[in-house]
Design a protein around this ligand. Structure first.
Ligand SMILES: *Cc1c(COP(=O)(O)O)cnc(C)c1O
Length: 228
């Protein structure tokens, strides 16, 4: 059985350690627990340890879990690929979308966000290594999409998110995260409410934190291997 309590503690210590190396405070770095494929029992275990931010990317699995746990004070982040015919479900059930990559989806999420909920928090996904098959916008297109989001009343632009190319050397990780950090600083200079740079997973957390990550997204390191 996965020891979620021990895993969470270990990840928190790792975050603290990575922050210390570069003289950052670990409370500037939020841990997003990626619970995709894992049952509600495991989410509850993490919740009981104080974890509040959870990430899901398969909508059909996420919605029943969100509904079942709606008495808990969880902040749900959508981190999967957005399909146009599913934007309403996302707008109604999540507090954050980290994978926005098109104006069309921004417009739909804005229209479909229930007005009794606070604005939907948005990170633009950046295809930072310009991989043809990968989701996200190119760096040069961040600005245009940011302006669209900024003008929509039911969306709140919070920052950038990226999933770097797999199997990069530490040198490549550093290069990639530095590009993102520069883009994030540019964005923040124009849109002062921007406060989120979502980068870093289990294998590249140290480089991400060294380059200013404010949110790391960890699945396997907390919940063990994916279940389906
Ligand atoms: C699955 C996933 C993660 C977590 O990956 P692990 O390797 O399980 O830590 C992080 N970010 C995104 C966007 C994911 O889809």
């Amino acid at each position: 059985m996965t020891d979620i309590v021990a895993n969470l503690k270990k990840i928190q210590q790792d975050i603290h350690h990575c922050a210390q190396i570069v003289e950052r405070r670990s409370n500037e770095i939020l841990l997003l627990a990626v619970s995709k494929t894992h049952p509600v029992e495991k989410i509850i275990q993490a919740y009981e340890q104080g974890q509040r931010q959870f990430g899901e990317n398969y909508l059909q699995h996420a919605i029943p879990k969100i509904i079942e746990l709606n008495q808990l004070n969880i902040e749900w982040h959508f981190i999967g690929k957005i399909q146009s015919n599913k934007t309403r479900l996302i707008a109604e059930h999540f507090a954050w979308v980290q994978t926005l990559e098109s104006e069309k989806h921004a417009q739909r999420l804005n229209q479909q966000r229930p007005t009794d909920l606070p604005p939907l928090n948005i990170c633009i996904q950046v295809n930072i290594n310009e991989e043809p098959q990968k989701a996200g916008v190119l760096l040069q297109d961040v600005q245009a999409l940011a302006e669209v989001i900024q003008a929509l009343p039911h969306l709140n632009l919070r920052g950038l998110m990226a999933i770097p190319a797999a199997r990069q050397s530490v040198q490549q990780q550093n290069y990639t995260f530095n590009l993102l950090l520069q883009a994030y600083r540019n964005l923040k200079a124009q849109f002062p409410q921007v406060d989120t740079l979502s980068m870093g997973m289990t294998s590249d957390m140290q480089a991400a934190i060294a380059h200013g990550s404010t949110m790391v997204r960890i699945g396997t390191g907390i919940f063990g291997a994916r279940e389906s």
